[in-house]
Ligand binder design. Structure first.
Ligand code: BDP
Length: 659
């Protein structure tokens, strides 16, 4: 057992079963035949008739399943709907004893359900913790790894229908003809599984690839270059999805280099893609080292452009206003642009949640954002509703997440990190699903259906993200990571002459009076970017949810929290709770030894050990450091530190990742 089968562990049926029933399909489309093949190979139930019926247009990529007199009928508007229905039936077969014969209708929440790979052309992965890239660029297009098909199948089985192959910090060379041939090879493998390929592009591509004097989007020559390039792409990949662009962000080139706006840059690409049905996902992750609070900058940049974007541009927005922290409030851009299509970008790879060493089930984090009410069009304007097409029914809707996949045998480094890939797919398909429901499904499919095992494993998974928040950054603290690797704590971190907005002190603001970032109207007023009543709630210390308190407020050390404890005591309490939670995860897992195969048991056990040690490291580093400001004792019921602050400051991790 090496975890490579993910949640796809069905065994082929015996000949006897196969002869007892039939699986028929009314189409010869390769995807419809694939659906038939999957069911023929693995379905143990009664006969099935699969039908594509174009009259069922409202189903989009969805399907209907009905059960009658010993036969099952599946209807879908498109062949891929049959494939999704096949995986639905197989999932039921594996997870529920007896299938309920009530009719099923599924319509996906989002049109585009897309993974973003931050994979570089040299095979490395930015913020990847599961080995090197799956894409073997030097071997493609001639040599095809069997994992490309496995990858496509795994994605299709959870409804993911799109993938961006390369890093948002994009090499222009991805658009070289030689690379496009490689992209074509991958697209050909993914196509039967309903997966479309997208590429991240570098805004300076015309300059770097073909020596144009600049990449100014208002110049005809530049526009023509992109039009020609797009044409070439579509010749090779007729169903190509479009471009993802990180521009004028963290040193990447962009339209502002020429005095043009984000909208002008995005629209130029959108116009080139439009005739082929392609779209632009233009990222709103922009900030620069100015005096303005980093958390406010994307909003200030993009909201004035609200009416300026073409309808085949979607602004891709990180879930929170800073950067994939263990907890952030939702990004105030959601719901602030009434005319522009918006999509969420989550991060599945755990850049800020312990890499592939820590067990952190992320569905609760995803749901927290999706369920947040922006009040953009009154109550009920949740991030999910702002982005799922409710606001712009005639345009395509999308949701993205940065993948955690690499060439490790188990794909994601940590066996439980597979659950985050799974959860993203399931929520992109139906954002109403609950975290717990998804966890339960995943456990049953990935391990087995033993009741004790399911219950105990859920008890580890469900609070695991909150545990990370507790031992890393409770009560709204954020970005106090070590500069070089984003793994361990470095609240004291400082680089003389370095960018303030990359320094932990910029975010925690600890001093003798208190701690936290004043984002109220007496501070940066980032709270004021939210719609009423959220602005008032976040902006008022007594109303602000305590789990975001230090995000929005600089709070005195002896401030009374709702528990009756002082802020300092409450902080100690949370760090301690986080450590205790990791200890409990270890214990619960050890109790399950005889309920799970040995290789995965041991792999998870050893990672939980690292996590427990790291939690201690975080707790001691943060409490000992913040104690130098507040000068108060750590309450005696809290476990004593086992490190000395000076030793913690000397820890240098040997990590290859850069900031
Ligand atoms: C940050 C990562 C950096 C990415 C950047 C982005 O540290 O590696 O390039 O986000 O999303 O989280 O563009």
């Amino acid at each position: 057992e090496d975890g490579s089968r993910l949640w796809l562990r069905y065994d082929p049926v015996s000949d006897v079963v196969a002869q007892r029933r039939t699986v028929q399909v009314n189409q010869k489309h390769e995807t419809a035949l694939l659906a038939q093949h999957e069911l023929n190979t693995y379905w143990r139930g009664t006969s099935i008739q699969l039908n594509v019926d174009q009259k069922e247009a409202k189903l989009k990529e969805g399907y209907r399943i009905s059960f009658s007199a010993g036969a099952i009928r599946v209807t879908a508007a498109r062949p891929v709907g049959l494939l999704y229905a096949a995986y639905h039936l197989l999932r039921l077969q594996e997870t529920v004893g007896e299938i309920d014969p009530l009719p099923i209708e599924e319509i996906p929440s989002y049109d585009i359900r897309i993974l973003n790979h931050w994979d570089n052309l040299d095979g490395s992965i930015e913020r990847g913790y599961a080995g090197r890239s799956l894409w073997k660029w030097t071997e493609l297009p001639d040599k095809i790894s069997p994992r490309y098909t496995e990858y496509a199948r795994a994605n299709a089985s959870i409804g993911i229908n799109a993938t961006v192959l390369n890093n948002v910090n994009a090499s222009p060379y991805i658009l070289n003809t030689a690379y496009l041939e490689k992209v074509r090879a991958l697209a050909d493998i993914f196509r039967p599984y309903g997966i479309r390929v997208y590429l991240s592009v570098n805004f300076s591509s015309p300059v770097i690839l073909d020596g144009l004097k600049d990449a100014d989007p208002s110049r005809l020559e530049v526009q023509d270059w992109w039009k020609k390039k797009v044409k070439e792409v579509y010749k090779l990949v007729p169903d190509f999805g479009g471009f993802l662009v990180k521009a004028n962000s963290e040193g990447q080139p962009g339209p502002q280099d020429y005095g043009r706006t984000h909208a002008e840059g995005a629209n130029m690409l959108a116009d080139a893609l439009k005739p082929f049905g392609g779209i632009v996902m233009w990222r709103a992750f922009v900030y620069s080292p100015t005096s303005e609070d980093r958390a406010k900058q994307a909003y200030l940049e993009f909201v004035p452009l609200d009416k300026a974007f073409r309808d085949n541009v979607i602004v891709q927005i990180k879930n929170g206003p800073i950067d994939f922290q263990p907890r952030e409030p939702f990004n105030p851009l959601f719901g602030a642009m009434q005319h522009t299509s918006q999509m969420v970008e989550f991060q599945i790879t755990q850049e800020y949640l312990g890499f592939s060493n820590h067990l952190a089930y992320l569905a609760p984090l995803f749901k927290e954002t999706l369920d947040s009410d922006t009040y953009g069009r009154g109550a009920g304007s949740t991030v999910a509703k702002v982005t799922d097409g409710t606001w712009h029914p005639k345009r395509v809707s999308a949701i993205a997440a940065v993948a955690n996949i690499g060439e490790d045998r188990n794909w994601t480094g940590h066996d439980f990190a597979q659950a985050n890939w799974y959860a993203f797919g399931r929520l992109a398909w139906r954002h109403e699903l609950s975290s717990e429901q998804i966890a339960e499904e995943w456990i049953k499919l990935t391990f087995h259906t033993d009741e004790t095992f399911i219950r105990s494993t859920k008890e580890i998974m469900m609070p695991s993200r909150e545990a990370v928040v507790n031992y890393m950054m409770p009560l709204g603290l954020h970005h106090i990571f070590a500069f070089d690797h984003h793994y361990g704590p470095e609240p004291w971190g400082d680089r003389k002459g370095g960018r303030a907005d990359w320094m932990p002190w910029y975010y925690h603001n600890a001093d003798s009076i208190g701690i936290g970032f004043n984002r109220t109207d007496t501070g940066s007023d980032a709270a004021g970017q939210y719609h009423a009543p959220i602005a008032e709630i976040y902006g008022d210390r007594t109303l602000c949810p305590e789990n975001l308190l230090l995000w929005f407020h600089h709070v005195p050390w002896d401030y009374r929290m709702r528990s009756g404890r002082t802020l300092w005591e409450e902080l100690c309490e949370h760090y301690d709770r986080g450590v205790k939670q990791t200890r409990r995860f270890q214990e619960s897992w050890d109790r399950l030894e005889h309920h799970v195969d040995q290789p995965r048991f041991l792999a998870v056990q050893s990672k939980l050990k690292i996590q427990a040690k790291d939690a201690m490291w975080w707790k001691d580093a943060c409490l000992l450091y913040f104690q130098t400001f507040c000068k108060k004792p750590i309450p005696f019921h809290i476990e004593r530190p086992i490190h000395a602050l000076d030793d913690l400051k000397k820890i240098k991790l040997q990590l290859t990742h850069h900031n």
